[in-house]
Design a protein. Structure first.
Length: 354
């Protein structure tokens, strides 16, 4: 947008406030610092969403943007979209149309609501296009642009690998596994988490497992008195670059994250998803991802296949080529020109980030 000389404001809501999970992105990825930082912090879904809406409404009232761009599926996404829609400000949603069809996931509610009130829908895979069409979205609002997260990955993966982050853990490239867990269904119950990590402890006896634990996960582990096996390297969250380097050279990844399913697919790294569903089916159809759910026997069997070298190579999905952001900017430029023809200004853009 800056290259196209569009005035814009970057709003960081502060929903994610841990230094390694939010602030470090601005440094490591060369992003401009936020113009506005709302500092909403953590809370229940309802209170956090309400606080974001209240703070972001004041921003919109003061700045009067012509367009609000939201990304992903977090509470910040739906909160900013709701504020804009009620102020009759057009909304553009990046990563639109993804569906797990599981309404017990807070992110699914955020996705469905945000898409329903968005004027421009930027999608990462064909299943998202089809989901939106089935839900009655006009085809001229849907733009299949590819995946911005893969833009970021492709730009930084070489530098991330050059840091050799596995050395911190006494591991060798291709000879360790990487684990992430953060979804409430996996980590909020000490019993559920304990059973899962008992299986991971068994895997760690065969191959080192590096586990940067989400703060909510670490809190449950501390309360439950979990004892990690010698091969399970438990530590605090990592920032983007060392984590990307670890992921790129892992023998396999175990995760309940949606984004990691995409990143491993782009790099051809085997991924075992510890969920019963995925909103990113292209990672299974075309990529290296497999759903495991809570079937721990299945998990161990798939680990056997990976360690035996019997995992399909997969392929990179269409338009995951590092050019998604350029396609989005071109689509926004076309939309802007249409607004000018209708006598409405469209020179000012607010980009909202969590």
């Amino acid at each position: 947008m800056k290259k196209r000389r569009w005035p814009q404001i970057l709003v960081h809501t502060g929903q994610h406030y841990d230094a390694n999970m939010a602030g470090v992105f601005f440094d490591e990825l060369g992003m401009p610092l936020p113009d506005i930082y709302l500092r909403v912090g953590s809370d229940t879904h309802a209170r956090q969403t309400a606080r974001i809406m209240t703070a972001f409404d004041a921003v919109c009232g003061e700045r009067q943007p012509d367009l609000v761009v939201v990304a992903g599926d977090v509470n910040s996404t739906v909160a900013a979209a709701l504020v804009a829609a009620k102020r009759l400000i057009p909304v553009a949603h990046v990563e639109a149309g993804l569906r797990s069809f599981d309404r017990t996931m807070p992110e699914e509610i955020n996705r469905v609501v945000t898409d329903s009130i968005s004027d421009l829908l930027f999608t990462t895979e064909d299943s998202a296009n089809q989901n939106l069409l089935r839900e009655g979205m006009p085809a001229d609002r849907i733009f299949f642009v590819g995946n911005c997260m893969i833009d970021t990955l492709l730009r930084h993966v070489e530098a991330a690998v050059s840091r050799c982050p596995w050395e911190e853990f006494g591991a060798e490239p291709g000879r360790y596994a990487l684990l992430t867990l953060h979804r409430p269904s996996n980590v909020d119950s000490p019993e559920t988490l304990g059973v899962l990590l008992d299986a991971v402890n068994g895997i760690a006896e065969r191959i080192p497992v590096i586990f940067p634990a989400h703060p909510r996960t670490m809190a449950v582990l501390e309360r439950s008195g979990f004892v990690a096996a010698a091969g399970l390297r438990l530590r605090e969250p990592l920032s983007y670059m060392p984590f990307l380097g670890l992921m790129a050279r892992a023998a396999f990844v175990m995760t309940d994250s949606g984004g990691i399913q995409e990143e491993t697919t782009a790099m051809g790294v085997p991924c075992l998803t510890l969920r019963n569903n995925t909103e990113r089916p292209v990672t299974i159809a075309a990529g290296t991802n497999r759903l495991v759910g809570n079937d721990l026997a299945c998990l161990c069997g798939l680990v056997d296949q990976i360690l035996a070298g019997e995992w399909p190579k997969g392929e990179v999905p269409p338009l995951w080529d590092g050019q998604a952001a350029h396609r989005i900017a071109a689509a926004l430029e076309g939309w802007s020109e249409q607004q000018d023809q209708w006598g409405r200004p469209s020179s000012f853009v607010v980009c909202q980030a969590s």
